[in-house]
Write a protein that binds this ligand. Structure first.
Ligand SMILES: Cc1ncc(COP(=O)(O)O)c(C=O)c1O
Length: 475
């Protein structure tokens, strides 16, 4: 790349590469010169900038040069007090924001249908989660966010709450009125931590959905790699608040990330910010046109409907819902057979995510959909679970045991049916999306087990292991 002005970290890496440097430092591939020949071509260009903290290239944990400049430019673009580059995704960002704000025994309000990294962060910190049950959103047939009323009740019920943790938008790109929740929390001086893994592009003025930063959140974590052109694992943590102790964030920032952060990932964060900053209205128009055309083609698929994109929904996410009793997994299987790879498949929905530029060949999409239609005619139809499954007992829930108690308790694997009424000693996570169906320390309900069985019958995979063999429970 000739013109790397305005992208300081990338620029430094390119300058270094131009010197044909002799590497007597890690990594072992020596700027790509020591690499197995069978895969050299594939890796070569990226390895040439896969460097380490040599002079000129700055240090992520004591930034004074190019990394510092790149982070300042990011903070300016996202309009925050400080932006930090993350090399282990929003996963590590969520761990950092929780560790920096919550300690052992601290009460934390948290949306129950959060990503597993939020629950992992709470367990690591030893905080006491108070789960806010999400509302079922009948418009999209999924659980959404907890209501403001539920939040109000929790704030009223508990004192000395250390943080409110919410996910915004959800995996499907759906937002909700976040500002009123932030204001409620702030009225009690409770910092609001937002997992905005799916919303880095909300920083664009052409996207109608506001970012949590704009709505007043105190810490916001964004996976640049999910919705912007950045390498996998590239993410940002933004601080925008006097409520947050920056030193504590920086302490866990260097503790929880690798001491050898990847320069290609960091440079891609610099590139992603530059890309967003230079994104033009005309590009947005082209993108919207392309999304409309893609949706048109998808509408031709006989057994799915394209859910309407409302003012709450990210325009880059397309959700297909199966109709006429066809299983979403079956449709997705046929899509994949035709070379179309969705992001996520649930029992009744398929999530497709597009990039910020048109890149889909509509003709080949049309052909693939035609072929899927032909094959679907021949398929036996299955019942889908469009019905609403009540997964939560009450609007506000706590764990049965505190995390520090759980550390020393004995556990065993119990058969699914027999685990009902027992306390889970592990998270049970349908993957993707990575939202625990059962949280560690939660009493297992019949509805949860029934839902697991239903998902298993639909071929859904689970973490941390094959749940058919049972669930780990506390003795
Ligand atoms: C809501 C949410 N938060 C956090 C994460 C973790 O993000 P990352 O993959 O960047 O670590 C994900 C990943 O899918 C997610 O969906």
């Amino acid at each position: 790349m000739e013109d790397s002005q305005g992208i300081p970290l990338l620029h430094k890496l390119i300058e270094h590469k131009k010197k044909n440097p002799i590497s007597f430092h890690v990594p072992g591939h020596k700027n790509g010169q020591v690499f197995p020949s069978h895969s050299e071509d594939l890796f070569k260009s990226i390895l040439s900038i896969d460097l380490t903290e040599i002079t000129e290239l700055d240090d992520l944990y004591v930034p004074e040069g190019a990394i510092k400049q790149a982070q300042i430019l990011a903070a300016e673009w996202f309009q925050v007090d400080a932006s930090y580059f993350l090399v282990n995704g929003s996963t590590v960002g969520n761990l950092i924001m929780i560790m920096a704000t919550c300690g052992p025994g601290d009460l934390v309000l948290v949306q129950r249908n959060c990503h597993k990294s939020i629950l992992n962060g709470l367990e690591l910190s030893g905080a006491k989660p108070i789960f806010l049950t999400p509302e079922y959103d009948t418009e999209v047939n999924r659980y959404g966010a907890p209501s403001t009323k539920t939040l109000e009740e929790a704030i009223h019920k508990y004192t000395n709450i250390k943080a409110l943790i919410l996910t915004y938008p959800d995996y499907f790109g759906r937002t909700y009125p976040l500002k009123e929740k932030i204001e409620l929390a702030h009225a009690q001086k409770i910092p609001v931590l937002i997992d905005e893994a799916h919303g880095v592009h909300f920083s664009l003025p052409f996207i109608d959905q506001p970012s949590a930063i704009e709505l007043g959140a105190d810490i916001v974590v964004q996976s640049a790699h999910k919705m912007a052109p950045a390498m996998t694992m590239a993410a940002y943590l933004h601080i925008n608040s006097a409520y947050v102790n920056k030193e504590r964030v920086e302490h866990y920032y260097q503790m929880l990330q690798s001491s050898s952060p990847s320069y290609p990932i960091m440079a891609s964060l610099d590139v992603a910010r530059f890309y967003l900053q230079n994104f033009k209205a005309e590009q947005m128009t082209n993108l919207q046109e392309s999304i409309d055309l893609i949706k048109n083609e998808l509408e031709a698929c006989d057994y799915v409907k394209v859910l309407e994109t409302t003012s709450l929904d990210d325009p880059l996410k397309i959700t297909l819902e199966t109709i006429n009793g066809v299983s979403a997994r079956e449709v997705a299987r046929l899509f994949e057979k035709e070379g179309i790879y969705p992001e996520l498949v649930t029992t009744n929905q398929i999530l497709l995510i597009v990039g910020l530029e048109p890149y889909i060949d509509l003709e080949s999409l049309k052909k693939s959909i035609k072929s899927v239609n032909k094959q679907l005619i021949l398929q036996p139809k299955h019942d889908t679970i469009n019905k609403y499954t009540e997964l939560f007992i009450s609007k506000i829930q706590t764990l049965h045991y505190a995390y520090n108690e759980m550390r020393s308790m004995e556990t065993k694997i119990e058969k699914l049916e027999e685990a009902i009424g027992e306390v889970a000693a592990e998270q049970i996570i349908p993957y993707p999306p990575g939202i625990p169906l059962i949280a560690k320390g939660e009493k297992i309900t019949k509805n949860q087990v029934d839902h697991i069985v239903e998902l298993l019958n639909k071929g859904v995979s689970f973490q941390p292991r094959d749940v058919k063999k049972g669930i780990r429970i506390f003795l």
